[in-house]
Design a protein around this ligand. Structure first.
Ligand SMILES: Cc1cc2nc3c(=O)[nH]c(=O)nc-3n(C[C@H](O)[C@H](O)[C@H](O)COP(=O)(O)OP(=O)(O)OC[C@H]3O[C@@H](n4cnc5c(N)ncnc54)[C@H](O)[C@@H]3O)c2cc1C
Length: 562
């Protein structure tokens, strides 16, 4: 800080949805609301008592455990407070059809690609097949754990134990915001329940104050706009334009409803995404209920048609329930940091929730804000770098979502043909899709990525069986010499490992009951002797190449705060 620049001492967050409380949690944790290098920072969160939160957003990515741990939130408390469950990946259904017109199911797992002596195993998988195993079965135990409704850990483990498979969580969005609120208020964050009715700008166009319905004029230094799709400050007051992504992605509406578990004992550790006629249905199993809904295109279905389609799909489980309609603004604000306002969450942008990325994008945005935290000079280079990172992330997610449609092959509804042929494919993805007719997705193709490695692209292409169905006309070739014996040994070792993992991992519901403190002691054999839970020995695991996944996926980056 220079002698002339003054620190930001007051941070004002507007909005009490997941984004607002996540911002309050990370900022209050890493800054403290006390003194940080001599600066006392006050955080105030203003939340309308009259405008509801969007109330959805219940599946996450594997960065979430790290975020909870780093901000001092107990995993046990989290499971109990939010009725959370484990998520090992996303199961896609009916997005593509095989050569006989039969729907294809596949899982996009959190485990990344493995190498065999430096060669990504997909080259072997593509050239030699995997003895009848599908792609996911040839890299992980995720397929089997899903079928058996098992979790990623054995019983008796410590909080945040990494288990044998990277995992994320499913959570109740409303309860999650409520839990964060308690944590933040206990840390000293001021919570004001009031409506922002006007935004006052100074002569340089900075936000000088907010006009609150009950509390009057509220001066601000740094304001974080977490007001959801309305973008109250960033779009409405500061007039920053919105960059529409609908030329790439057709879905602009959602229907949401909560249903009971059809079978309480079987708690799937996967988010499901099942394609319907004009979009797809999400299914997020929590401890006590299932969150579900239909993301669809209003150009192809009216709300009533979509509702009927969803209810027919859900069957008896949704009898008597009425889904809620949620209009979605798809795209991003041109620059989410303008002057002294940073838009975070839905006000910054939203891409349909196919890969459950929005909460993670919010977390990334707050971490970047911490990295480039301004003083009252609000210097342009900090802001520019932040905006560049934020925009790149939206484009990265957009490309990855687009590939699901661009590489679809359904012809049974005009929606699927339009989604594949009538929409623009972003240039960055179009170039890669041309290349991937000749070459499997490689590290260099996706550049610097935050979320989606080349392995995740390969998982989608193999999951959809695009090469089996003729993509590239059999021209994919790497020129790498492949040793079939090494591949056989790899598959043999992997299957041994999978057998042990599936034997030793706990039943998902039992594991959750234990985390919630609701497991009867008889269910824990070692509890009778007061001993430790047995550690899982995985034969052959030492010989297995380490998973090559970005740090956030495994949560390995314990030391990295920003
Ligand atoms: C259909 C759907 C499914 C989704 N699924 C997922 C998912 O699986 N995973 C995932 O990560 N994300 C998902 N998301 C995204 C996720 O829901 C959001 O990222 C998350 O809920 C954050 O929302 P938010 O806090 O930005 O906005 P909101 O929840 O809309 O909160 C806005 C807040 O601003 C306040 N506010 C508004 N105006 C004023 C005012 N004038 N004065 C004071 N306060 C005001 C409101 O009271 C509210 O508290 C999904 C979104 C949709 C639409």
């Amino acid at each position: 800080m220079t002698a002339t620049s003054k620190p930001v001492e007051h941070i004002t967050i507007v909005g009490g949805g997941t984004a607002g409380w996540l911002a309050a949690n990370l900022l209050s944790n890493f800054f403290g609301t006390g003194k940080d290098q001599g600066v006392k920072r006050h955080i105030t969160l203003i939340e309308s008592p009259n405008i509801a939160t969007v109330g959805v957003g219940e599946a996450t990515v594997p960065a979430m455990p790290r975020m909870l741990r780093q901000t001092g939130i107990s995993e046990r408390e989290f499971f109990k407070a939010t009725n959370a469950s484990f998520k090992l990946g996303v199961k896609f259904g009916n997005w593509n059809h095989d050569a006989n017109g039969k729907p294809i199911d596949y899982i996009n797992p959190f485990i990344g690609s493995r190498d065999i002596d430096g060669i990504p195993m997909e080259h072997y998988f593509h050239a030699l097949g995997a003895k009848g195993l599908n792609y996911v079965q040839s890299i992980s135990a995720t397929h089997e754990l899903g079928e058996m409704c098992k979790g990623p850990r054995a019983l008796g483990k410590k909080e945040f134990d990494k288990g044998t498979s990277p995992y994320a969580y499913h959570l109740d969005a409303g309860k999650f915001a409520g839990m964060l609120q308690k944590v933040c208020v206990a840390r000293g964050v001021t919570h004001l329940r009031d409506d922002v009715v006007d935004v006052e700008l100074d002569d340089k166009g900075f936000v000088a104050a907010l006009q609150l319905k009950e509390n009057g004029r509220f001066p601000v230094q740094l304001v974080i706009d977490c007001t959801g799709f309305r973008g109250l400050i960033i779009n409405q007051a500061l007039k920053e334009p919105f960059v529409d992504y609908q030329k790439y992605l057709a879905n602009d509406r959602a229907l949401a409803v909560q249903i009971p578990h059809p079978d309480k004992e079987k708690l799937l550790p996967l988010t499901c995404s099942t394609a319907l006629g004009a979009g797809w249905v999400w299914r997020v199993p929590l401890w006590n209920r299932i969150g579900t809904g239909y993301v669809f295109s209003s150009a192809h279905r009216t709300d009533e048609q979509a509702r009927d389609e969803l209810m027919a799909h859900l069957g008896d489980g949704a009898k008597g329930l009425e889904p809620r309609v949620i209009p979605m603004r798809i795209g991003r604000t041109r620059k989410s940091w303008v002057k002294n306002c940073v838009a975070i969450g839905l006000s910054a942008g939203f891409i349909e929730p196919l890969e459950s990325t929005a909460i993670h994008m919010t977390e990334m945005a707050i971490r970047w804000l911490l990295t480039y935290f301004p003083d009252q000079e609000f210097s342009a280079p900090k802001r520019d770098r932040y905006n560049k990172l934020a925009n790149n992330l939206y484009d990265e997610v957009r490309d990855f979502i687009c590939i699901h449609y661009a590489m679809g092959n359904r012809t049974d509804d005009p929606y699927w043909i339009d989604a594949r042929e009538g929409l623009e494919v972003p240039d960055s993805l179009a170039e890669n899709l041309e290349l991937w007719k000749y070459n499997l997705p490689a590290e260099a193709d996706v550049g610097q990525f935050n979320l989606f490695s080349p392995g995740t692209y390969r998982a989608v292409l193999f999951g959809k069986k695009v090469y089996e169905n003729g993509y590239g006309g059999g021209r994919v070739s790497s020129g790498i010499a492949l040793d079939p014996d090494k591949w056989d040994t790899y598959l043999e070792n992997l299957r041994k490992t999978v057998r042990v993992i599936t034997r030793d991992m706990a039943d998902h519901r039992t594991l959750l009951a234990e985390l919630r403190g609701e497991l009867r002691p008889a269910a824990q054999p070692w509890a009778l002797t007061g001993g430790q839970a047995p550690t899982v020995q995985v034969p052959g695991a030492a010989k297995m190449p380490r998973f090559k996944v970005p740090d956030f996926v495994t949560g390995d980056a314990d030391n990295a705060i920003l």
